[in-house]
Design a protein around this ligand. Structure first.
Ligand code: NPQ
Ligand code: MG
Length: 371
């Protein structure tokens, strides 16, 4: 099918609660929704770049520029036959994975709809439910953090991830572990430490954590390998894994034992499949990370987490964790076994509500193919 029109929608929605990490505090979440139009069908993709270059160098503005000026022109008016072909068209663009993923994922949704299959089927997933957890931000006080964890445990989340940073780590993890001895618990530092902090990180070994996520530099593999050699707890890399090659390099030098997969960070679902197959062959478990997605990105996350080597619970919480009213329906709700269900297909299985899109939209761009 020939791609007739591509639109970018810069939207912004208030978060239910502010979300604080070692790199900052967010109250509203902007994103770019990408829609690809062909033969009466519309495929949707979410670009998870943020307002500022804090989690990664990409921002809403850089992604808008790269999408409008470099990615849209190489697929608009062209035949879309497979997602791999779209990924290949983008291979000249270095970096900017969130921009690439936003558009590639919209093509996946479009093609799945055209074939009358769900995104889960098209990816090769088999499960109908995926295990999930919740990521808990840094709070002003330890009491506030314990209240927050208690709230999520009461809602049925069986796995909790705590954001840590120097000065908000060992004592916090100890307090949570003492109150919930059996909770599946992990921590994420978003690169807030250096190798000189290894003694504090080794102290976390006593709390039976599932993993310690990205403690060191956001592009590092070598120091993580040095740290992993000193730790009993598995290290998990997030920010440092930009591609299937980075995943292979990390496993080759034992920089981590587990990988957090974010489709935006690795540049699309085609790269996710490649990382999946590599890590399955190497015996390294995966889980799906989160970027405070709307239901469009959340549906893609649930779908990719149905792949068999995604054996750890993902940061894919229920819709209500993040937004009071999402832009797409249906909402994802937590099942009583701490899972989310895959929506019924075809494609992503969610539909964008036009009035909500318009209400949340700050800016729109439409590119139309020549006849
Ligand atoms: C992580 N996410 O695993 C990320 C980081 C993160 C759910 O913990 C605005 C935009 C705020 C992107 C906060 C979770 C963000 C963001 C955190 C990404 O490291
Ligand atoms: Mg992380």
């Amino acid at each position: 099918m020939r791609i007739e029109r591509i639109e970018l929608h810069h939207v912004e929605m208030p978060l239910v609660d502010p979300f604080e990490t070692s790199f900052g505090r967010e109250l509203d979440r902007p994103c770019i929704l990408v829609s690809v139009h062909a033969e009466g069908l519309t495929g949707w993709g979410e670009c998870v770049a943020s307002a500022g270059p804090w989690y990664s160098y990409e921002t809403i503005e850089t992604a808008w520029h790269v999408l409008r000026d470099f990615l849209i022109p190489v697929v608009l008016g062209q035949a879309a036959t497979s997602p791999a072909e779209t990924a290949a068209r983008f291979s000249r663009v270095r970096g900017h994975p969130m921009a690439r993923a936003g558009l590639e994922n919209a093509v996946w949704d479009l093609l799945a709809q055209a074939r009358g299959v769900s995104l889960v089927e098209m990816l090769g997933g088999r499960r109908q439910r995926v295990p999930v957890g919740v990521s808990v931000g840094i709070e002003p006080t330890l009491d506030a953090l314990l209240d927050r964890v208690a709230q999520y445990v009461a809602q049925g989340y069986a796995r909790v991830k705590l954001k840590i940073k120097p000065g908000w780590d060992v004592a916090v993890v100890r307090a949570v572990r003492e109150r919930w001895p059996d909770l599946a618990l992990q921590v994420d530092a978003n690169s807030a430490y250096t190798l000189a902090d290894a003694p504090a990180l080794c102290e976390l070994d006593q709390f039976d954590l599932l993993l310690i996520e990205q403690p060191l530099h956001h592009d590092d593999l070598v120091d993580h390998a040095r740290l992993q050699a000193r730790l009993r707890t598995p290290l998990c890399l997030d920010e440092s894994i930009h591609s299937p090659e980075h995943a292979r390099w990390a496993l080759d030098i034992r920089a981590c034992r587990i990988i957090n997969v974010k489709v935006g960070r690795v540049g699309g679902l085609t790269a996710v499949q490649q990382i999946h197959d590599l890590c399955a062959a190497r015996g390294a478990p995966l889980w799906c990370g989160g970027m405070l997605e709307t239901n469009v990105g959340r549906a893609a996350n649930v779908a990719l987490a149905t792949l068999p080597n995604f054996t750890l619970p993902g940061d894919i919480s229920a819709s209500a964790r993040y937004y009071r009213q999402d832009i797409a329906e249906p909402n994802f709700t937590l099942n009583d076994d701490s899972t989310l269900s895959t929506p019924a297909g075809p494609g992503l299985g969610v539909r964008v509500i036009p009035e909500r899109l318009v209400a949340a939209r700050r800016r729109r761009y439409a590119a139309v193919a020549d006849d």
